[in-house]
Ligand binder design. Structure first.
Ligand code: PLP
Length: 373
C-alpha cells in the first residue's frame, strides 16, 4: 500500500503530506522564530471567526477535552451554575467535567437523534434564574447532529447568561461569526476540521469576559487567564508547547486559506457527506439521522440487521482495504460511524463506500446487485 490508511474518524484525521512534512524540524520554544509562528497561528485563528475586535484566542496543550475543561474552569466563577444542553456523549462529558471542576451543574436532556431546542432552553432559563452559563456542543459528534448555535446564542444574550460552545468538530467547517453570534468562550482543536495533527486546543474568549476571569481556575496548568497573560507578556507559551503540533497547524491553516477558507471547507465536506450517504444507501445501509439534522462532519449508520454482522470483523475487513471506520457511540441502537472530514475528497469517499461494500460481502452480507457491480 503506497498511501497511509484513510482515517474516517472525527480526529485524529487524514492530513496532507505538506502538513506532515512541517513536523520534520525542531524548534526552541523561546526562540523568536517559534514565537512568530505562535503569533501568526493565533492571528489567523481569530480571523476564521471574525473575532479580531471582540475576542482573544488562547491556545492550550493537550487534546480537545483539556481545552473544554480549561474553558469551564476559567470562565465560570466557582459559585457559578452551568446548564448543559445534552443530546449526546460529548454533552455528558461536558457536564461531568463541570461537576469535577466543582461548579454547580444542571442538565437539560434531549433525544440523541435531534438538535437541542432553543425554546426549551429559554423556558429553563426563565424558570432557573440562578443559571449563569450555558454549555452547548455545536456538532454533537456522537450521532453527528448539528445543534442550533445562533438560536441558542440569541437566547443566552437576551437572558444575560454566558455561553460556552464546544465547537470542536464544527470549527472551520460550519460558519461561526463572532460579530453575529455572542459567546463567552468557544473551544476547538488542532486535529479536527483545520486538518492539523492532534495535540493542542484553543479557546476564543470574549475580551470583556476574560478581564473578570482572574483566579477562577483551580488548576495551575489549565488556567486560560494566566496562559493568556503570559502569552501577551512574552509571546511564549507558559509551559512547554507542542512545537511540532503548532508548526503543523500553521501549515494546515495555510492550506485552509488557499482552499478558500471555511466556505470551501464546508463545500468539500458536504460533498464528502453526500457521496458517502448516496453510496452507503445504495449498499442498503441506513443513516441514523434525518437529513435535516445531519451535520456534514460524521455520519452514523445503523449496523446491518444480519446475523453475520460483527463490528470488529467489519472494521478489520475495511481496514484491510485501507479505510478506518469508527464505532458507534449511541446507547440504544447498534451503529457505526464514518467521518467526512480530513484531507480527503469525493474520490476517497467513493473508494471508502466500495471498501465497505466489499467488506460486507466478505462477511457474507449481501448488498443490492446494483451496488455490487
Ligand atoms: C473531538 C471532540 C472533543 C475532544 O475530544 P478529545 O478526545 O479530547 O480530543 C470534544 N467535543 C467534541 C464535540 C468533539 O468532537
Amino acid at each position: 500500500m503506497d498511501r497511509d490508511r484513510i482515517l474516517l474518524t472525527p480526529g485524529p484525521l487524514t492530513t496532507t503530506l505538506r502538513t506532515k512534512l512541517a513536523m520534520l524540524h525542531d524548534w526552541g520554544s523561546w526562540d523568536a522564530d517559534f514565537i512568530a509562528v505562535t503569533a501568526s497561528v493565533r492571528r489567523r485563528l481569530l480571523a476564521i471567526v471574525h473575532g479580531q475586535d471582540s475576542h482573544v484566542v488562547v491556545p492550550l496543550q493537550g487534546s480537545g477535552t483539556f481545552s473544554v475543561e480549561a474553558a469551564v474552569a476559567t470562565v465560570v466563577p466557582r459559585d457559578g451554575h452551568v446548564l448543559v444542553l445534552d443530546n449526546g456523549a460529548y454533552c455528558k462529558r461536558a457536564s461531568k467535567l463541570t461537576q469535577m471542576m466543582g461548579r454547580r451543574c444542571s442538565v437539560l436532556p434531549f433525544a440523541e437523534d435531534e438538535p437541542v431546542s432553543a425554546a426549551a432552553l429559554e423556558a429553563e432559563l426563565i424558570n432557573e434564574p440562578a443559571i449563569t452559563h450555558v454549555v452547548l456542543i455545536h456538532c454533537e459528534t456522537s450521532a453527528g447532529v448539528e445543534n442550533p448555535l445562533a438560536a441558542v446564542a440569541e437566547i443566552c444574550r437576551r437572558h444575560g447568561r454566558g455561553l460556552i460552545v464546544d465547537a470542536m468538530s464544527s470549527f472551520a467547517a460550519l460558519p461561526i461569526d463572532a460579530r453575529a453570534i455572542r459567546f463567552d468562550a468557544l473551544v476547538a482543536a488542532s486535529g479536527k476540521c483545520l486538518e492539523g495533527v492532534p495535540g493542542m486546543g484553543f479557546v476564543f474568549v470574549r475580551k470583556a469576559v476574560l478581564e473578570g476571569c482572574a483566579g477562577h481556575s483551580q488548576s495551575l496548568a489549565m488556567d486560560l487567564f494566566d496562559q493568556h497573560a503570559y502569552l501577551e507578556a512574552t509571546g511564549q507559551w507558559r509551559f512547554t508547547p507542542p512545537t511540532h503540533v503548532v508548526v503543523a497547524l500553521s501549515e494546515a491553516i495555510a492550506q485552509f486559506e488557499e482552499e478558500g477558507g471555511q466556505p470551501a471547507r464546508l463545500a468539500r465536506y458536504a460533498d464528502n457527506c453526500a457521496t458517502l450517504i448516496r453510496g452507503m444507501t445504495a449498499l442498503g445501509l441506513k443513516p441514523f439521522l434525518a437529513p435535516a439534522h445531519q451535520a456534514p462532519i460524521i455520519v452514523t449508520f445503523h449496523a446491518p440487521d444480519h446475523p453475520a454482522y460483527d463490528f470488529k470483523r467489519f472494521y478489520a475487513a475495511a481496514k484491510a482495504r485501507g479505510f478506518m471506520l469508527y464505532p458507534g457511540k449511541l446507547t440504544q441502537v447498534e451503529t457505526f460511524r464514518v467521518g467526512c472530514i480530513g484531507a480527503i475528497g469525493r474520490a476517497e469517499m467513493q473508494q471508502a463506500v466500495d471498501a465497505v461494500g466489499a467488506a460486507l460481502r466478505e462477511m457474507g452480507i449481501a448488498t443490492p446487485p446494483a451496488a455490487a457491480a
